[in-house]
Ligand binder design. Structure first.
Ligand code: GLA
Length: 460
């Protein structure tokens, strides 16, 4: 179980990466950084698109992260720069923090974290800072580079202003403030970024937020493979359409069961109100919802509300003009995926002799449900999952929001070498563009540690 601890501050010897960051920082800002902060990305093993419905998910942090070098200043300005020259410098003063929802530029994610801390403490001003960021998480790949940047910015702002929050408070603050960018995500990415611990995956549960260790089977390795299709969830409406479809399914199911539906927004809260099992919920979906898409008019008529009320209370800013909603399929995915997460955890806890097969089956079912019911896959992800399974994985699925990005596969240890070379040959070497990216696109990963502040050893 999680405690109320804050992210750790560690004194560490300067590594090659920190040294490089320090050198660039010093030549850019004319002073040395006084501290560093890092927040990791994550890979979700199972439980996709259910955190914002209130259900538990099962991610682990990866080694790749966002790292910042920071020096607080006496000025009322934050200067941001990035070691990646395609991310342009940006400066802002505190009276003027604007987060542009129409353009998900990199600095806007930093501003989300900054504003999250400002809002949490109701601060009218903050300490100025010079910051240099360095990211090792491939962007738009489903490994949570954007949330890691928000979390890193939150931790940087907190530290520079001499304040403290627990990991749980930081995770909740960062989940809330990432929505300033316009996507209505759940809290998985920010939670694992703060609550991760080396060597263990986590079951993340919400309301209240808590993380429980999940011991992964010793005989398997989790391998991430990038489909090389970039998907920035803030740049399209795909993500928010799914969130809205889940809200509408909640309301229609609730009303048809005679519940006070107006305050219910999450499929998970509906299950709790009805006091039934996930299996029962799947039967309720079959009984109430029809597989044909619902039109806006049908939804409004069923709920007895006007289009204006629908727009104001359920639809997000970027889904105002969506005219049809697939409610049956989305609800089926959510309730079945929520059950798969619990089954996955149970198999990990009980470790039966056929654990790998059982876990692999759950991952495969999860991918099929994402593909067919939630429609958040894409042809390249499906092809990659197929190749991974043919190359020796016992389970393979898209990870993260989908519509591009990465797959995660569970591979028996003794098959790892063959798996890597076979996926390399069948997916990456057959395409010039992919083969250019292959170094960083296919790698085994282990559960990494959570966000931390780093102070240079031997420096006062
Ligand atoms: C994104 C969101 C998460 C979660 C996943 C899908 O990463 O930020 O909250 O909804 O997509 O599982």
């Amino acid at each position: 179980m999680t405690t109320g601890a804050s992210p750790p501050t560690v004194r560490a010897p300067i590594t090659d990466r920190l040294l490089k960051l320090k050198e660039i920082f010093t030549s850019k800002y004319g002073c040395e950084p006084s501290f560093y902060a890092r927040a990791p990305g994550r890979v979700n093993l199972i439980g996709e698109h259910i955190d914002y419905c209130g259900y538990a998910v099962l991610p682990m942090a990866i080694e790749q992260d966002i790292l910042a070098a920071v020096k607080p200043t006496d000025f009322d300005v934050v200067h941001l720069s990035n070691t990646n020259p395609s991310y342009l410098d940006f400066s802002v003063s505190f009276e003027n923090i604007q987060i542009d929802k129409t353009k998900p530029l990199w600095h806007n994610y930093f501003l989300c974290g900054l504003k999250g801390i400002q809002d949490h403490f109701h601060l009218t001003s903050l300490t100025g800072m010079n910051c240099l960021l360095d990211g090792s998480i491939p962007p738009s790949s489903g490994l949570s580079s954007s949330s890691a940047l928000v979390c890193c910015a939150g931790l940087v702002t907190l530290t520079a202003n001499g304040m403290t929050l627990s990991k749980v408070e930081l995770a909740e603050t960062c989940a809330r403030c990432e929505r300033y960018i316009g996507t209505e995500g759940g809290g998985m990415d920010q939670s694992i970024s703060f609550l991760a611990e080396e060597g263990t995956a986590k079951l993340i549960e919400f309301s209240p937020l808590r993380a429980t260790d999940v011991r992964l089977p010793a005989g398997a390795v989790f391998v991430i493979a990038n489909s090389c299709v970039e998907m920035n969830k803030a740049a399209t409406a795909h993500f928010n359409i799914r969130v809205v479809e889940c809200r509408l399914a909640t309301k229609i199911l609730a009303k048809s069961k005679g519940l006070a539906w107006r305050d219910l927004m999450k499929l998970g809260d509906l299950q709790e109100k009805l006091g039934v099992t996930l299996e029962d919920m799947l039967a309720v979906v079959d009984e109430v919802l029809h597989p044909e898409p619902y039109t806006r008019e049908e939804v409004c008529e069923f709920l007895g509300i006007s289009l204006d009320e629908l727009r104001a209370t359920v639809l997000s800013q970027n889904t105002q003009e969506v005219s049809t909603f697939k409610l049956y399929q989305r609800a089926k995915h959510v309730y079945s995926e929520a059950a798969r997460v619990l089954d996955f955890k149970k198999v990990c806890d009980e470790a039966p002799a056929n654990a790998l097969q059982l876990l692999g089956d759950l991952m495969n079912q999860s991918h099929l449900s994402c593909k067919d019911m939630y429609e958040c896959s894409c042809p390249q992800l499906d092809q990659l999952v197929d190749i991974c399974l043919k190359s020796g994985a016992v389970g393979s699925r898209l990870t993260g929001a989908g519509w591009g990005g990465c797959t995660v596969s569970m591979v028996p240890v003794q098959k790892l070498d063959h798996f890597l070379s076979s996926v390399q040959d069948s997916f990456y070497n057959t395409d010039d563009q992919r083969s250019l990216l292959k170094e960083k696109s296919l790698f085994a990963t282990k559960p990494g540690c959570g966000a931390m502040v780093i102070l240079e050893e031997n420096k006062m």
